[in-house]
Design a protein. Structure first.
Length: 343
């Protein structure tokens, strides 16, 4: 079986052995792996191997002199099950297991395609005009945000976005000496349903030594309301491992206040649909009331979709803490974000 993969692996970077019924891929220190899980056909696995090097989880840990390893357990028939990512010989720190069973995957979805290339849009403090943090946005390597991901990319998207965003946040802090900068990452209802996400977030926070609440998870109310009980449980688990929580698109659903009463969020984020109505008396009254509510609950408030500095001034007068939009900066890659934060 190993011979089938010899031509697909980087020469000199990997070696194989097969103790009992487990096939182990080993790579030298510095190799990076992404979290992928499920039952894969051997044919699909050949095309998936490239994807194993796209993630950044391995960089979150110090593997010492040991290898970074990815174990594949042989199962019945022609299936291979990816059971975990390991760092050196320390199984607990890097292992990401799941009991979930992914549906059968069409191997056509696993053909090489555009790599994930997140971009980061600054979030600016209205108190001092400085960049307070960034929101991570999914993009592909051609910068096209409109192309839907394949099924494979969709399964791995949340994990890889979290991994890449945590890595970038760590770089931002190291390059600027700022420990107060934060990073927003969006999760969907489907992401919340995955039991491995809190464990991944905890591993990233600990591995990159990120301050508590620096990695902030944006949860949309619409996503939460699909399964409010499960979403609340997932949110509490994320909070418990040190993530910040942001209730995104606040006010666009039907039960915002009921959800707000239960969710231990750190911040509210207002959709651009309300922001663009600045200057209308009723809209301004709603916005000022939201910021007052957030303040009394010990939360910050952010308005997105801000396209000019006059609107930013109005939002500051209405009590907002942060703004995000083209008035300040368009989304940028990680290196540009570091330079933007420096200067």
């Amino acid at each position: 079986m190993a011979a089938r993969f010899e031509n697909t692996l980087p020469q000199g970077s990997w070696h194989w052995h097969k103790p009992s019924q487990r096939l182990t891929i080993e790579a030298p220190r510095g190799t990076v792996l992404s979290e992928l899980s499920g039952d894969w056909s051997i044919d699909a696995l050949e095309q998936m191997l490239e994807g194993l090097s796209r993630g950044r989880l391995g960089r979150a840990f110090d593997p010492g002199e040991g290898p970074v390893r990815c174990n594949l357990r042989l199962s019945s028939g022609r299936d291979v099950h990816l059971v975990g990512a390991f760092v050196g010989d320390t199984e607990a720190r890097g292992m990401l297991l799941t009991g979930e069973h992914f549906p059968e995957i069409d191997t056509s979805d696993l053909k090489p395609g555009p790599d994930l290339a997140p971009v980061y849009q600054p979030i600016v403090s209205l108190r001092n005009g400085q960049v307070a943090g960034f929101e991570a946005l999914a993009r592909w390597d051609d910068g096209d945000a409109t192309s839907p991901p394949s099924r494979y990319e969709d399964e791995a998207l949340a994990s890889n976005m979290l991994i890449r965003s945590a890595e970038t946040l760590s770089r931002l802090m190291e390059a600027t000496g700022r420990s107060d900068v934060f990073m927003h990452v969006n999760l969907t209802a489907r992401d919340l349903a995955r039991g491995t996400i809190p464990a991944l977030v905890e591993a990233l926070i600990q591995g990159y030594r990120l301050p508590e609440r620096a990695l902030k998870i944006e949860l949309t109310e619409q996503a939460a309301l699909r399964d409010a009980e499960h979403a609340l449980s997932a949110a509490l688990a994320l909070k418990a491992v040190g993530a910040g929580l942001v209730l995104d698109d606040f006010g666009t659903g039907h039960s915002s206040f009921a959800w707000l009463a239960d969710l231990p969020a750190d911040s509210l984020k207002i959709d651009h649909g309300l922001t663009r109505r600045l200057g209308e008396q009723r809209a301004d009254t709603i916005l000022s009331t939201i910021t007052l509510l957030a303040s009394r609950l010990g939360m910050t408030s952010t308005a997105e979709g801000v396209e000019n500095k006059d609107d930013a001034a109005r939002l500051r007068a209405l009590g907002f803490d942060h703004v995000q939009g083209f008035a300040f900066a368009r989304p940028m890659d990680a290196d540009s974000a570091i330079q933007f934060l420096k200067y």
